[in-house]
Design a protein around this ligand. Structure first.
Ligand code: ARG
Ligand code: ZN
Length: 471
């Protein structure tokens, strides 16, 4: 008791002798959050809880302008901090006062508040900006898809820097209000629930809300002329799908796939547990690129996904990510397997259910169709490197790893794990190693060797055979 009563004041007194009671301990926040794959991604020194984006977009000129308000908390005494952003900024305010700002490189904005912000204190940042996202290039490239009738932000691992200032890394998730004003007759699509839509002076404003934590790369914006369908899930959640009016002969196949979003989600709930968000849907803008992306609550689909008829498998993939990727996000980008391995495996489970080949058969096929010399086997799904982040091996070898796990521990424990993990880490972040430990805990088996072989060892492992056959 004596010690407890006296020691802190002794300590405080001695600290005062060393550190003057001034702002000298305030230091700049780091320009990156510390992800070795992408050192410039995210920033240090603060944590954002909410983004409010109030924007206007003119499709004819590609001019995007507006105001972003970030509600954040300082994580250290901050003399200065960075935002990740590429468009032109005209004013920054921090806690109400004008702040100095300067560009640092192509995609960093350094903000110096009028006075340092103390650790754990609120940091409210208002950024006024304008720019043509198609003209902002990083290494000669823009993630903004300009379409004949609008534009789209949907890209991984980065898209935010083309349309709003942020702490651009999945480690800092936040809720979002996205309000976009577009010319009458044009729609603005984003994540979550459409709160309202109002027209005046020839412009229509769409107000979208995401009320669960969302990584910045999962925030999406699409402006264009869309046909919109609405429905309600069995649990009463709103489904909003949007199809560009310009999909040509892909329109039928796109609708025949995405209109099954409610059915696929219901099936996925049986595998992964309760759907983690309060809205659903999908959208297909008239872009020329070919990929799809699990933008939160409302995945982005390229028309090319529907070139050969309905493609429910891609819908299964992007919806699986709502649990594996969106609710439970990577801790660092090297953990990409905890997204892609599982979304691919969900496609295999859907195939199994549809009678189009079991997960075991598809794993055998993915294994046997690539000879040992195929460079495919040199990519480590558990740490593929930024250049191979979306390599087929992260998906296919990553999903074979799950089939190997299923064979090792049996269906009961395997599906208990698939269902338990999204709840265990809901709305958070996780590393590959966290999954390995979770699987060991639930199964009661040592699994380090299995994951070492499938996720971290270059070369072609032995076939992932069922246990009885392997014996
Ligand atoms: N997570 C996305 C998917 O699995 C991958 C997007 C990759 N990005 C790209 N430009 N190809 O569908
Ligand atoms: Zn994916």
């Amino acid at each position: 008791m004596y010690r407890r009563a006296i020691a802190p004041s002794v300590l405080a007194a001695s600290l005062l002798l060393v550190i003057p009671a001034s702002a000298a301990s305030s230091v700049p926040g780091a320009p990156g959050i510390g992800d070795p794959y992408y050192p410039a991604s995210g920033n240090g020194g603060y944590d954002v809880s909410h983004y409010d984006l109030r924007l206007t977009y003119q499709p004819t000129t590609d001019l995007l302008q507006g105001t972003a308000t970030l509600l954040a908390t300082a994580k250290q005494d901050l003399s200065r901090f960075n935002l990740d952003f590429g468009l032109q900024v005209s004013e920054v305010r921090v806690n109400g006062l004008k702040a100095a700002f300067a560009r640092s490189g192509t995609q960093e904005l350094e903000v110096t508040p009028a006075s340092p912000v103390k650790r754990d204190k609120p940091l409210t940042v208002v950024v006024k900006y304008a720019g043509k996202p198609s003209e902002f290039k990083v290494d000669g490239w823009t993630a903004w898809h300009r379409t004949p009738d609008g534009g789209v932000a949907a890209q991984e691992p980065d898209s935010a820097i083309w349309w709003f200032p942020s702490n651009d890394h999945p480690l800092d998730k936040a809720t979002f209000d996205v309000s976009v004003n577009v010319p009458d007759g044009t729609q603005a699509i984003s994540n979550g629930v459409l709160q309202s839509q109002t027209s005046r002076l020839g412009w229509t404003r769409y107000n979208w809300r995401s009320n669960k934590p969302q990584a910045t790369y999962l925030a999406t914006l699409a402006i264009g002329k869309f046909d919109i369908t609405t429905a309600t899930t069995a649990n009463g959640l709103p489904i909003v799908n949007a199809y560009s009016k310009d999909l040509g002969d892909h329109a039928g196949a796109a609708r025949a796939s995405i209109e099954r979003t409610g059915e696929v989600t219901e099936w996925l709930e049986g595998v992964f547990g309760p759907y983690p968000f309060n809205a659903l849907g999908g959208y297909v803008p008239n872009v020329t690129s070919g990929y799809a992306l699990e933008t939160q609550t409302r995945p982005f689909y390229s028309p090319r996904q529907f070139a050969n008829g309905a493609n429910v498998s891609v819908v299964v993939h992007e919806l699986a990510h709502q649990w594996y990727g969106d609710s439970v996000s990577v801790d660092g980008w090297k953990d990409i397997w905890i997204n892609e391995g599982f979304a691919r495996y969900a496609q295999w489970l859907w195939s199994e259910k549809e009678g189009e080949g079991t997960a075991q058969e598809l794993a055998d096929w993915a294994w046997s169709s690539r000879p040992a010399e195929d460079p495919f086997w040199q990519v480590k799904p558990g740490d593929p490197g930024p250049e191979n982040q979306f390599h087929g091996a992260v998906y296919d070898r990553g999903a074979i790893a799950l089939q190997a796990l299923r064979n090792e521990i049996g269906d009961e424990k395997f599906f208990e794990i698939l269902r338990g993990w999204p709840t265990a880490h809901a709305y958070g972040n996780a590393k590959v190693g966290d999954f390995v430990r979770y699987a060991e805990k639930i199964s009661g088996k040592p699994l380090a060797q299995l994951f070492e072989t499938w996720l971290y060892t270059p070369g072609k492992p032995a076939a992932p055979s069922p246990k009885s056959a392997a014996a």
